[in-house]
Design a binder for this molecule. Structure first.
Ligand SMILES: Nc1ncnc2c1ncn2[C@@H]1O[C@H](COP(=O)(O)OP(=O)(O)OP(=O)(O)O)[C@@H](O)[C@H]1O
Length: 295
């Protein structure tokens, strides 16, 4: 089914009709939903034949929610994220973002990767300015500069604004990438192992920086994040999606994180609920806990 040239009309506050290029009507429930992953499967053609990576995934994510996706290496976390970003087209099913079927990447979904993806020949300031300039073509130069300044300030990078990426530490590079993602003001932020390359201390301060930016934006942005780090997922997320191993990976379980916000890294680890959630995630993800288990 082709999904180009979609038209949309609101028929009620909580429902929309999408019409695709073949005049098929799709009724969708839109109330408060930012991302709606419907029956999504992705298969790739490989030298050994067709390989199905994820199968029949259903997941609804509310506006302003933070969701972490966790699972063993190669289970299909990035593939699932890429169906939201529009970089991978589902073989079956569809992803609806802000009431529109995803047909490709768009500036309403900002992406941050582990490798920062900064342009090496541009300064910190220019890396952010170029992105803002590309997305906000109708804004005046003065306004675009103000947006860049505001986001540089938020992540503490004003003193480093003229440096090139090669002159920055890993944590600073990731701050630039996150400031850039916030600067273009997408409604959804997709973070694919954004802090995977950072040491534990830098990672920890980046978690707080990320939540600070999310708070400054009145917690309006929906954040979906792929991670391997259980503590990171519990500290940041409202829900954690645990995936089964592939091929044909599905959702194993969705774990709610009802820990109050704002969360304090030092304090939440002492909450009984934290220990309970941590235990649940460990038992979902890890089969062997000691040498005895190997026997
Ligand atoms: N374009 C592609 N063509 C063929 N196979 C692919 C393609 N993209 C991903 N895969 C395969 O799909 C599977 C899932 O990959 P994916 O990167 O989504 O996993 P992941 O859970 O994010 O892994 P990791 O945690 O190691 O980053 C892997 O076996 C990978 O080789």
């Amino acid at each position: 089914m082709k999904t180009n040239h979609l038209e949309q009309s609101n028929i009620a506050t909580s429902e929309s009709i999408l019409v695709d290029s073949e005049n098929n009507y799709h009724k969708i429930n839109t109330q408060g939903t930012s991302i709606d992953i419907q029956d999504v499967s992705v298969s790739f053609r490989t030298s050994k034949g067709i390989s199905t990576v994820i199968k029949k995934i259903n997941l609804q994510i509310a506006k302003g929610e933070i969701v972490a996706i966790i699972g063993h290496s190669g289970c299909g976390k990035s593939t699932l994220m890429n169906t939201i970003s529009g970089m991978v087209t589902p073989t079956q099913g569809r992803v609806i973002v802000n009431n529109k079927i995803v047909v490709g990447p768009s500036p309403d979904r900002g992406i941050v990767f582990q490798n920062y993806s900064l342009l090496p020949w541009l300064s910190v300031y220019q890396n952010i300015y170029e992105a803002v300039d590309a997305v906000m073509k109708d804004k005046r130069k003065k306004e675009k500069k103000a947006i860049v300044e505001e986001n540089l300030e938020a992540v503490g990078l004003i003193p480093h604004r003229s440096k090139l990426p090669k002159e920055l530490s890993g944590g600073m590079k990731q701050r630039v990438a996150i400031a850039r993602a916030f600067a273009i003001n997408p409604s959804i932020l997709l973070l694919d192992e954004p802090f995977g390359a950072l040491d534990a201390l830098t990672k920890s301060s980046m978690h707080v920086e990320l939540l600070k930016l999310w708070n400054l934006d009145n917690r309006n942005k929906t954040i979906v994040m792929v991670t391997h780090d259980i503590e990171e997922a519990i500290f940041l997320a409202d829900r954690i999606v645990v995936m089964n191993d592939g091929p044909s990976a599905t959702i194993k379980e969705i774990v709610d994180i009802p820990l109050q916000r704002p969360r304090n890294k030092k304090d939440i680890v002492h909450e009984p609920l934290y220990a309970e959630i941590h235990d649940r995630l460990l038992s979902l993800l890890i089969k062997k806990f000691s040498i005895k288990d190997m026997e």
